[in-house]
Design a protein around this ligand. Sequence first.
Ligand code: NAD
Length: 470
Amino acid sequence: MSGGFLSQVNDAFDTAARFTRHDPTLLEQIKSCNAVYYVSFPIRRDNGTIEVIHAWRAEHSQHKLPTKGGIRYAPDVSDDEVQALAALMTYKCAIVDVPFGGAKGGVKIDRRQYSEGELERITRRYTFELVRKRFIGPGIDVPAPDYGTSAKEMAWIADTYATIQNGELDALACVTAKPLAQGGIRGRTEATGRGVYYGLRETCDNAEEMQRLGLAPGLEGKRVIVQGLGNVGTYAAKFLADAGALVVAIAEYNGAIHDPRGIDVDAAVAYKKEKGTLLGFPGATDIARGIDALELPCDILVPAALEHQITGENAPRIQAKIIAEAANGPTTPEADVVFAQKGTLILPDVWLNAGGVIVSYFEWVKNLSHVRFGRMQKRHEEESLRRLLGAIEGATTKRFSASEVQTITEGATEEDLVYSGLEESMVVSYHQLREVRNRHGVDKLSLRTAAMVSAIDKVAQSYLDMGIFP
Ligand code: NAD
């Protein structure tokens, strides 16, 4: 692959910028990373030895505050990678109208090599370093999970921040995807996978789009391959299977399984948890090299592991008609070229995996307002609807059964409202991207470039509104 991840993101930016008419200085400001913090610190391992940990936080664009983006724990984290991922966050937030700038953090460790106690020490020290340099805070920069981190690390971050910033009323809004009891929000854990599902459902329901690909409309019966059975991959697979799609293969770093009749996702997750591998899953065929599974027959390929999994080398052999980029940067520019020639539709990461940041935004709003969504209006809505049903019964011969009354009058819970907001954001942004692409011509603009054009236009508008640029 030519260039690093950051130059790949910047090339995508430059391609899209050619479809806009913004001043070159403004474009340079949008593309540049505003701030990068690199830190190294020692931690004591359980065996008494000392190890130096290397970590980063990049704030790509402070045109809106706070900046927002996950923290990744991976052995190959680098300055280039966090800057690339932070830039993607800026564009992602703009595309789905979440009022944040983009950021990303990374700690250069393979988490499998560390005990829970060691991970806690690393996470708390990293948080301390972020506080020290003002790279975290409810109005400054708000992290979330990414590859190799989860709600547990977010809980340590929130606790460390709140301890240092003793008495800060909005302290819990310093990080999102926290456990519920620590100010988390219902629906955040599955949000990215759920957003991937909404995005795919909306795409597959579009008859015109499906006709171009030679596919029947709807998710029902579509064959899906998922790479990476982690947070995003698991939930995407589950929701797609619930909607009638067939998950025919699942790939992990240590092998894949294939069953053209469809794999029971819950059973595969339980199996992997128990055995540490998918290999040997009852009823499925083992594939020793996980990456080979991406080339099996299917309609939709969902890369949900890491970047650069689909390259110029394997793209020609990939049979999927739709590449649903659940992971960040899974498709290299060389692979993009191959897919453009083959007429494969790529649903770009900057849009498709935005579910996490959308629901993180809801969590941040909840933390700042200090009240659970739905708490104030649920009972009031239910009572109003009950009175309405009573009025209908009074004016007609209709009599509602107890179960009808229950279904019709049920007020929205926090989870209902989160899902509703997520679905609305994914559906509206999908139609915006299609509109931008179709305006320029389906053959001229990929959905990835359309997404970047949309992002550039929106960020540019913020700067223009500030009156700084011509
Ligand atoms: P995760 O750590 O929960 O899961 C990643 C999974 O991929 C793990 O099961 C891991 O074993 C597997 N994996 C690693 N290398 C692999 C390989 N070579 N082949 C197959 N499987 C492999 O991480 P996640 O949070 O699910 O993130 C996955 C991707 O989605 C990342 O690119 C991340 O940046 C992106 N993403 C995550 C979120 C989120 O909310 N978690 C939001 C947006 C984007």
